[in-house]
Design a protein around this ligand. Structure first.
Ligand SMILES: CC(=O)SCCNC(=O)CCNC(=O)[C@H](O)C(C)(C)COP(=O)(O)OP(=O)(O)OC[C@H]1O[C@@H](n2cnc3c(N)ncnc32)[C@H](O)[C@@H]1OP(=O)(O)O
Ligand SMILES: CC(C)C(=O)C(=O)O
Ligand SMILES: [Mg+2]
Length: 509
């Protein structure tokens, strides 16, 4: 199989993302991880841009082994000399020089004629070749350039000694068929092209960076310029992980391999997100939090029966331990039961049904159900005796200027019994109303509340100890996103245990 070389420009184009600035230590850390990932080329920076960028390239060139180290330079001697100064200690250095070839750029930005651009390209490549025999030339804005002129510039660069010719879609304007066609035309029309590697560098302004890169590869490109998580100027660059996994998942279609150790992808993505502060959107392909998460019951059931029903890539291949079944309001019993089993709980059919019903109720109130939520919920369910009293409703009126009042409705057997009471606080009022209903004489020994999970929508866990007249203590636990409801449930839980102790278990109808 043929090889596509992976040129990572996270540290150069990736760092051009608005708001991103990496220091030397951070760049070094990312470069080391890129080597572990197996990229072929690391574009470490643009040395003329700042002393910091120069230092980062120099440090990486000096210390990082296992990949080619590349530095960017405009098509002028100052930039190229500075790039070489930074690169000189690299084991395998590459100078990457570029100049725009589109009429828009020539007329408005460079204010140069085509002849001047041809000359600048020739001189820049020659200058770079004085330092190293690995010289990449980029025709900036190639996709909006006149194709004949583009091929002319590329031919000049080859003649001057460029070894890699990069075709950027600088402004993300191309679409796949057209970009693939451009690569084919360049191969047909550029003298000497067979001596060099064709590279592509696609931006994501239309969300087509990876699609364009794949189209280019289909048409003969053998180096792909990419960034981790697709970060980069404006809408970013082609994402390394998407391109590599596209080639991997559709290998028979492309017949290409890369040197990427895919199991390092997820770790690298995490590192880059942490150091750049550019968080990865949850639905981002390959590395997003949801990329291997299944929430809906039908999908979860399918994945549990056979992973490939809903997964085109095994997540372990990219370094994610396994796919996750996210329990939420769309989940079904299969996933619920499986997760509980993983947590060590084996529930009877009846317990499962009740726990599942409560789980669905919780899902309507809470966005994400965590394992802690599940544990708390099931523990409550399993520790439960057939209840004498069940909470039917709870109404509380409380505030800084009114007497806290609670109205509680409890199901006692088949009947609904309601009472209201005032208290020192809302919990006191609830407990007094419950006492009126049950008529049980008892004292509240202790009351504790914990957030079982983090966040504003956390489940509150209330634990109470209640002593009966004979001095026996009963523990009650209640859970809810509403702490007052959790308080009521905990108290009722303790009273139910107390009732069983006195009367024996209630026989369910
Ligand atoms: C598509 C890309 O991603 S290209 C890389 C973009 N990255 C960056 O620009 C980040 C780093 N850049 C910088 O730090 C600065 O822009 C520098 C240090 C490179 C240059 O700074 P300044 O000298 O202040 O110039 P400034 O950025 O304002 O303008 C760019 C100049 O370079 C010229 N230029 C732009 N591209 C090229 C090129 N490839 N070859 C030669 N000259 C070029 C422009 O025509 C302009 O020249 P002018 O001053 O004669 O009008
Ligand atoms: C410097 C070049 C390769 C570039 O980043 C672009 O054209 O997008
Ligand atoms: Mg770019």
């Amino acid at each position: 199989m043929e090889r596509v070389y992976i040129f990572d420009t996270t540290l150069r184009d990736g760092e051009q993302s608005p708001g991103v600035s990496l220091n030397v230590k951070e760049k070094l850390q990312i470069a080391r991880q890129l080597v572990k990932l197996g990229v072929d080329v690391i574009e470490a920076g643009f040395p003329v841009a700042s002393p910091g960028d120069f230092a980062a390239v120099a440090e990486i060139a000096k210390n990082v082994r296992g990949a080619r180290i590349c530095a960017l330079a405009r098509a002028n001697f100052g930039d190229i000399d500075r790039a070489w100064e930074a690169l000189r200690e690299a084991e395998a250095p590459r100078i990457h020089t570029f100049i725009a070839t589109s009429d828009i750029h020539l007329r408005h930005k460079l204010r140069m004629s085509r002849e001047q651009v041809l000359e600048a390209a020739r001189e820049a490549v020659r200058r770079a070749r004085r330092y190293t025999d690995d010289v990449e030339f980029s025709a900036e804005d190639a996709s909006r350039s006149d194709t004949d002129f583009l091929c002319q510039v590329l031919a000049v660069a080859i003649e001057a000694g460029a070894t890699v010719l990069n075709i950027p879609d600088t402004v993300g304007y191309a679409v796949p068929e057209e970009f693939g066609e451009l690569i084919r035309t360049i191969r047909e029309k550029t003298p000497g092209i067979e001596k060099v590697t064709i590279s592509v560098h696609c931006h994501n302004d239309l969300g087509l960076a990876v699609a364009n890169t794949l189209a280019a590869i289909k048409n003969g490109a053998r180096q792909a310029e990419v960034t981790i998580n697709g970060i980069g100027e404006r809408a970013g660059n082609a994402a390394l992980e998407e391109l590599v996994m596209g080639l991997y998942a559709r290998r028979p279609l492309y017949g290409m391999i890369t040197g990427i150790r895919t199991e390092e992808i997820y770790r690298t993505s995490k590192l880059v997100a942490a150091l750049t502060g550019m968080t990865v959107q949850p639905n981002k392909a390959i590395v997003g939090k949801n990329a291997f998460a299944h929430e809906s019951g039908i999908h979860q059931d399918g994945v549990l029966k056979e992973r490939t029903t809903y997964e085109i890539i095994d997540p372990t291949v990219i370094g994610i331990p396994k796919s996750t079944l996210v329990l939420g309001k769309h989940s079904g019993r299969h996933a619920f039961k499986t997760r509980l089993a993983e947590l060590g709980y084996s529930l009877s059919e009846e317990e499962l049904n009740t726990a599942f019903a409560r789980f669905k109720e919780l899902c309507d109130r809470k966005k994400t159900i965590t394992d802690d939520d599940l544990l708390a919920l099931v523990e409550e369910e399993m520790g439960r005796v057939a209840p004498t009293y069940e909470l039917h409703y709870l109404h509380i009126s409380s505030g800084t200027t009114i007497v806290p009042t609670a109205t509680v409705g409890l199901k006692v057997g088949e009947s609904l019994v309601e009472e209201a009471a005032c208290g020192n606080g809302p919990v006191d009022a609830i407990y007094k109303a419950i006492d009126k209903i049950t008529g049980i004489k008892c004292t509240l020994e202790s009351y504790g509340i914990d957030a079982v999970t983090g966040g504003k929508d956390a489940v509150g866990s209330v634990t109470v100890r209640v002593k009966n007249e004979k001095g026996k203590t009963f523990l009650g636990r209640g859970l809810s996103t509403d702490v007052l409801e959790a308080s009521a449930r905990a108290y009722i839980d303790a009273l139910n245990k107390m009732a069983v102790d006195v009367n024996g278990p209630r026989i369910e109808p």
